[in-house]
Design a binder for this molecule. Structure first.
Ligand code: 4AD
Ligand code: MG
Length: 433
C-alpha cells in the first residue's frame, strides 16, 4: 500500500500533496463544499472537498460517506490559523473505503450504560482516545522507572494454587486432575521469590478480584505493578513509593498536558503538587484525624471510600498511612516489633477522593511466625510450602508494594469511575464487549 501521512505529522508537509487514511469523524456540507473531519488515530484534520476541485464520483462519495466510514483523502496541506491543528487539507481526491449509515454513537449525550455496551466503538471518541494515550504513557513511565533503577521484570503466573489477598475475592477455575486453580489476586508472593534471586524485582500484570463491590474504584480485573526489594524495611518502602509516584505523575504531566486539560478538562493544580515529601501518618493518627473531621470511626475498623476521602481532603498531596491493625491486613505482613497489634504496612491515598492507589509493606521473614499466621488465616499450608521455604534459605528483611494502574489513571485523568481507564473493563455486572 502507498504510504500515508499521519495527522500529527502534517506540519512537515505544508504545501505538499499527501495521502491521508482514516475515519470520518464529522461532516458539514454547504452545496458545493463538504467539510470533512478526518480522524486517523493521531489527530483530526479538516479536509475541504470542493466540487470544482474533484471528480464527480469523488464529490458524490464525500456526500454519501457516513459517520465513522473508512475514508482515503488525497490533497494539499495548507495553513489554516482558524483550526486547532493549524492546517487543513484541500482535497483533490476522495475515496469511501467502507462504511454504512447508522453509527450508534451520535454527537449528543448518551447514557453511560449505552456507551459501555458500545465500548468497542466508544473507544474512538476523543476523550477515550486521550485516556488510552495517557494510560500508555503511564505504563511506560512505570516500566522506565524500575528499568532505570536496576529492577528486573519478573512475570508471575495468573493461574495460582492459593489466595494471596484473602479468600473472599477468589475466582475459581477448574484445573484438570489437580482440582481448582485461582486467578491471581497479586503477583507479590512470586515477586518475593524473585527478589531473593535478583535483589530488586517487579511484577507487572493483570490481577483479579471477585469483588462484590459496585463502586467507582473497583474492577474485577485490573493491572497492578508490584516492586519487591530484598534488604528493604518499611521506611525504605515508603521512600520508594513516594519517589516512584512523583516520577510517574511528572512523566505523564510532561507529555499529556494538552490531553489532560484540553480533552479531559482536568485541573492540573493538584497534580502539580505531587512533590516530596508526602505526609506520613500512622493508622492511629488517621483515625483521630477522621474523627476530628466529624466522621465517626472506631479504632480497628478498615477505611472505606468515605474515610479515605475525609482523610485525604486534609492534605494537598498523596498521604501515606502506615501501621494498620494487623487484623485488617493479609497474612504476610510483618508485625511491628514495638506493638504486635500493628502490621508494618503502608497505603498511599490519592488526593481529591480517589482513595487507595498503593498498598504494601514489610513482609514477615521469620519462618515460625509466618507459619503461625498462615494457620491463623486458615490458609492451606501445602500451597504455601514453597513460600515458607524462602524463610529457611537466606531469609532477609524485604518489602514491596502494589500500585493499581486503573485507580492511579482515574486520579491523574480526573475520571469519575475506573471503568473508563481500561479499554474493556471487567466489573461485577459487565463482561461484554
Ligand atoms: O492493597 P492491595 O490488595 O495489595 C496487594 O495486592 C499487595 N499484594 C500488593 C503488594 O504489596 N505487592 O492492592 C494494591 C492496589 C490497591 O492499592 C489499588 O490501587 C489496586 O491495587 N486495587 C484495585 N484496583 C481496582 N479494582 C480493584 N478491585 C482493586 N483492588 C486493589
Ligand atoms: Mg490495600
Amino acid at each position: 500500500m502507498e504510504s500515508q501521512v499521519y495527522v500529527n505529522d502534517i506540519a512537515r508537509h505544508e504545501g505538499q500533496e499527501v495521502l491521508l487514511r482514516g475515519w470520518l469523524y464529522g461532516k458539514r456540507s454547504s452545496g458545493k463544499l463538504h467539510f470533512i473531519q478526518l480522524r486517523d488515530g493521531t489527530g483530526i484534520v479538516q479536509c475541504v472537498v470542493s466540487k470544482k476541485d474533484v471528480s464527480e464520483a469523488a464529490f458524490e462519495a464525500a456526500e454519501r460517506a457516513p459517520q465513522e466510514a473508512a475514508i482515503e483523502v488525497r490533497g494539499v496541506v495548507a495553513k489554516d490559523p482558524r483550526s486547532p491543528l493549524g492546517f487543513e487539507v484541500h482535497v483533490k481526491d476522495f475515496r469511501l473505503h467502507q462504511g454504512q449509515p447508522g453509527y450508534p454513537i451520535q454527537p449528543k449525550e448518551h447514557g453511560v450504560g449505552f456507551l459501555q455496551e458500545q465500548r468497542h466503538l466508544w473507544l474512538r471518541s476523543s476523550r477515550q482516545r486521550a485516556i488510552l494515550g495517557v494510560r500508555h504513557t503511564l505504563i511506560k513511565a512505570i516500566r522506565d522507572y524500575f528499568d532505570e533503577r536496576g529492577f528486573t521484570l519478573v512475570d508471575s503466573p495468573i493461574l495460582t494454587p492459593a489466595a494471596c489477598e484473602g479468600t473472599s475475592t477468589l475466582f475459581e477455575v477448574p484445573y484438570f486432575d489437580l482440582g481448582k486453580a485461582y486467578l491471581t489476586q497479586s503477583g507479590q508472593l512470586y515477586g518475593e521469590a524473585a527478589a531473593m534471586a535478583v535483589g530488586k524485582a517487579y511484577v507487572f500484570g493483570p490481577t483479579f478480584r471477585a469483588e462484590k463491590s459496585k463502586t467507582r474504584r473497583h474492577l474485577t480485573e485490573f493491572w497492578m505493578v508490584e516492586p519487591e526489594v530484598a534488604w528493604l524495611d518499611l521506611a525504605g518502602n515508603m521512600d520508594l513509593a513516594e519517589d516512584f509516584l512523583v516520577e510517574i505523575v511528572g512523566s505523564v504531566l510532561a507529555k499529556h498536558e494538552k490531553d489532560l486539560t484540553g480533552v479531559l478538562e482536568r485541573d492540573l493544580t493538584a497534580l502539580r503538587k505531587v512533590k516530596k515529601p508526602f505526609p506520613r501518618i500512622t493508622y492511629t493518627e488517621a483515625v483521630e484525624a477522621i474523627r476530628k473531621a466529624g466522621h465517626p470511626v472506631e479504632w480497628g475498623a478498615d477505611f472505606g471510600g468515605d474515610e479515605e476521602t475525609v482523610l485525604a481532603r486534609q492534605f494537598d498531596r498523596p498521604v501515606m498511612v502506615h501501621r494498620y491493625p494487623a487484623s485488617l491486613k493479609a497474612f504476610y505482613f510483618k508485625r511491628d516489633p514495638q506493638d504486635s497489634k500493628l502490621a508494618l504496612g503502608a497505603d498511599v491515598l490519592a488526593p481529591e477522593g480517589y482513595g487507595e492507589i498503593v498498598g504494601g509493606g514489610q513482609r514477615e521473614d521469620d519462618y515460625d511466625t509466618l507459619l503461625r499466621s498462615i494457620d491463623e488465616h486458615k490458609l492451606p499450608r501445602e500451597a504455601f510450602a514453597w513460600y515458607l521455604e524462602l524463610r529457611k534459605f537466606g531469609s532477609v528483611p524485604h518489602s514491596g508494594f502494589g500500585l493499581g494502574v486503573e485507580r492511579t489513571l482515574a486520579w491523574i485523568c480526573g475520571l469519575h469511575h475506573v471503568r473508563e481507564t481500561i479499554a474493556f473493563p471487567r466489573m461485577m455486572e459487565r463482561l461484554t464487549p
